[in-house]
Write a protein that binds this ligand. Structure first.
Ligand code: ADP
Ligand code: MG
Length: 313
């Protein structure tokens, strides 16, 4: 059966350094190409936390060096760089894996802007830490000079924080659709997309981080996908996670999932956005299903053998 599947890759599918990542993506490509080989249409989304952090920090340090000619790199540009570099590695590895199996299918990355609402309440309460750690004094200076919002991060020093707004639309959606409809494999909304706000005909990049689980859900809805598969480091979602009475779940109805969220079973910033994205997708249209499982188990998961399936019934 041919299904349209948006696959959201987590941090464990990528690497912390370019060298490590170029190796790791060879493994990441295998389950993805398995899905393609089985006849599915596959669209790939991914996170970028460590990568955009690395780029941001490197540019920051280089621009701060005495006599430096390196300009300051705004955060949306750092996001674009991370999309480009991660996309390059993924398309390189997926292309090779396809060719190794005799499949001649074009693969490309679309540098993707994701539209957010300038009135999103997230802009009043920045929560995502990015970049280097600073002393209180340095933090104050940065706040004054650059208007950054600086917050103490778990006793380790001060860091800049940026908002995490909700994705509203994908600027390049027609391009992605056209490529997918022509049977091409597309990597899109990397790192949740480059956050932009609309002003007339302009899209203006803003220093913010869109959750990749929410952006993946958004593009899955836009593309009318059948499945949203969120691949991460765990095979299933658990309730009482890490406790003695931990229970791994095979299936979650939207109602159950909402109840478990209320009871606080899913950690904010890690499992919570995945379950929320899964619920949103399952609710968005009849027949849509979401699956949360590990990268290695993606194919068993789609066959119903493992993972946590989230459905609206
Ligand atoms: P990714 O990079 O894939 O987004 P995250 O670290 O953000 O990964 O989220 C996945 C992690 O969430 C899992 O590896 C697990 O440690 C953690 N987690 C938190 N709560 C739960 C839960 N209830 N069930 C399963 N995993 C959970
Ligand atoms: Mg995450």
């Amino acid at each position: 059966m041919k299904r349209k599947i948006v696959v959201a890759l987590g941090g464990n599918a990528l690497g912390k350094t370019p060298k490590e990542q170029l190796e790791l993506v060879k493994n990441t490509a295998k389950p993805i190409v398995d899905l393609i080989e089985s006849g599915n249409e596959v669209i790939i989304a991914h996170g970028n936390g460590p990568q955009v952090g690395m780029i941001n920090l490197a540019m920051e340090n280089a621009s701060k060096m005495e006599g430096s000619t390196t300009p300051e790199m705004p955060f949306p540009e750092c996001g674009a760089m991370s999309q480009g570099y991660i996309g390059y590695h993924l398309q390189n590895a997926i292309r090779e894996e396809l060719l190794n199996r005799g499949l001649n299918i074009p693969v490309a990355t679309v540098i993707t802007q994701v539209i957010v609402d300038k009135d999103d309440p997230a802009f009043d309460n920045p929560t995502k830490p990015i970049g280097a750690f600073y002393t209180e004094e340095e933090a104050k200076k940065l706040a004054e000079e650059k208007g950054y919002i600086m917050k103490e991060d778990a006793g380790r020093g001060f860091r800049r924080v940026v908002p995490s707004p909700i994705p509203v639309d994908v600027a390049e959606k027609e391009v992605v659709k056209t490529l997918v409809d022509n049977g091409h494999v597309v990597i899109t909304v990397g790192g949740g997309g480059i956050p932009v706000v609309k002003e007339g005909n302009s899209l203006i990049g803003v220093p913010a981080v869109i959750d990749k689980d929410f952006a993946s859900e958004k593009i899955a809805e836009i593309l009318d996908a059948d499945y949203l598969i969120i691949l991460t480091a765990v095979e299933k979602v658990a309730i009482n996670f890490g406790k003695e009475n931990e229970e791994w779940l095979d299936k979650l109805t939207v109602k159950q999932a909402e109840k478990y969220i209320e009871e606080g079973h899913f950690a904010p910033g890690s499992m919570l956005p995945k379950v929320q994205a899964a619920i949103k997708f399952a609710k968005s249209k009849e027949g849509r299903k979401a699956l949360i499982t590990s990268l290695e188990k993606a194919n068993e998961g789609i066959e119903g053998k493992t993972g946590t399936l989230i459905i609206n019934e």
